[in-house]
Design a protein around this ligand. Structure first.
Ligand SMILES: NC(=O)c1ccc[n+]([C@@H]2O[C@H](COP(=O)([O-])OP(=O)(O)OC[C@H]3O[C@@H](n4cnc5c(N)ncnc54)[C@H](O)[C@@H]3O)[C@@H](O)[C@H]2O)c1
Length: 366
């Protein structure tokens, strides 16, 4: 951006996995600058600040929100904190980038959207698949008519299971693989098709490998029907060894495109001794491995952060907002309900008093 458009001064809330992704992405951005980080465990915020030369570190995110120098915050804290932090950030006049899934309930999503609108701040939904270069290219091809009438979009994301304990505790995460990664897949299909209204979902899921560790689903399938007649197929797993797998397939009346996020960007490598790092969640680099290069860029994280900052400066229109997160949240509830009932569930869907999506898998609303 020009001298007259200074970089957007941003505070990062959280200091571990995704906060590191935010810090690394912001560090290579043109429009955004990290000026503070907040995380409760002593030393963690400072360690992230040291790694990325971020000037301020706090143990209480409220101190970060009190800092008048900060214009925007990114929320990379566990799911059940997204709503509370968003409401406080909006009250403090900060633009908000909230990680996926947006919240625990649809009511929370509504509250977050209203609070940000009332405060006159942006609520950006951090769905990086809207920025993933290979997937953006696939959408460009489809939007140019290259595939004819698109009737089926598939998105698959699988790995061996999350890195932090709270994901496995459904009280704190709100769900298993379907909530954690199905939020990406449902958002992706909705966005790819041009945001048609979802009208029904049919899901199946189970806990196949990690029964000892979680009550959450570790492998799930969902079919989403949209008002334009197209369908999305979303498959997610915490039970797939060997590192991250993320791919799409798009079928139209006159064409098809496939994209594998990692393999097409990898260097098939054989190493007897092993080496530093291959790809997210790969357990070893010995033997055959598939190291990715420019991992964050290939996902679209730096592009996403720069875009949000450019929206704050009024240079671009938001491409991922709280409204997208809310659509996804309803699909998460309806998907767990469908798997709980063993049948198709129509939308709009009211989850009643359920406090988290996975509750409806355990006990569907009647
Ligand atoms: N977009 C993606 O692909 C992607 C990938 C991973 C995680 N995420 C999302 O990012 C969020 C964080 O996940 P993660 O993998 O970084 O988890 P993590 O466990 O690695 O890190 C969570 C962080 O939140 C901090 N935290 C906990 N309580 C806090 C509080 N009261 N105030 C401030 N910080 C607090 C923890 O100290 C820790 O630093 C989740 O919502 C997750 O779904 C998104």
């Amino acid at each position: 951006m020009s001298q007259s458009q200074p970089r957007v001064r941003t505070g990062i809330i959280g200091s571990q996995f995704e906060a590191d992704v935010h810090a690394a992405s912001i560090a290579v951005g043109q429009a955004v600058q990290a000026v503070a980080v907040a995380s409760p465990t002593a030393g963690h915020a400072q360690a992230l600040a040291d790694r990325y030369e971020i000037p301020k570190a706090f143990t209480d995110y409220r101190k970060l929100l009190d800092d008048p120098d900060i214009e925007m915050v990114t929320i990379a804290a566990p799911n059940q904190l997204h709503c509370q932090i968003t409401l406080e950030a909006a009250a403090a006049g900060k633009h908000v980038v909230v990680e996926k899934p947006m919240a625990m309930t649809i009511a929370e999503c509504d509250e977050m959207i209203s609070a940000c609108a009332a405060a006159g701040v942006h609520l950006f939904y951090a769905e990086e698949l809207f920025f993933t270069p290979k997937y953006v290219k696939a959408k460009e091809i489809a939007d140019q008519g290259g595939l004819g009438e698109v009737f089926l979009v598939k998105q698959t994301e699988m790995h061996s299971g999350p890195h932090a304990d709270w994901f496995w505790d459904v009280e704190r995460s709100g769900g298993g693989a379907f909530m954690d990664m199905g939020c990406h897949g449902t958002a992706f299909c909705y966005w790819f098709l041009g945001r048609p209204q979802p009208v029904a979902i049919t899901a199946h899921m189970g806990t196949y490998v990690h029964k000892e560790r979680t009550r959450g689903d570790d492998h799930s399938f969902a079919v989403v029907e949209f008002a334009n007649g197209a369908i999305g197929q979303v498959e997610d797993s915490w039970a797939r060894p060997g590192g991250m797998d993320d791919r799409i397939e798009v079928y139209g009346s006159e064409g098809v495109t496939y994209a594998n996020l990692h393999m097409g960007n990898a260097l098939p490598t054989y190493s007897e001794k092993g080496y530093g790092y291959a790809v997210e969640k790969a357990p070893t680099t010995r033997g055959w491995s598939y190291p990715v290069f420019e991992e964050l860029w290939n996902y679209g994280f730096p592009q996403e952060m720069d875009h949000f900052a450019r929206c704050v400066r009024g240079l671009e229109e938001p491409r991922a907002t709280g409204r997208d997160g809310r659509v996804v949240q309803e699909l998460l509830f309806a998907g767990y309900q469908s798997a709980g009932l063993g049948r198709r569930v129509a939308l709009p869907f009211d989850p009643g008093p359920a406090r988290r999506p996975i509750d409806l898998w355990f006990e569907p609303v009647q």
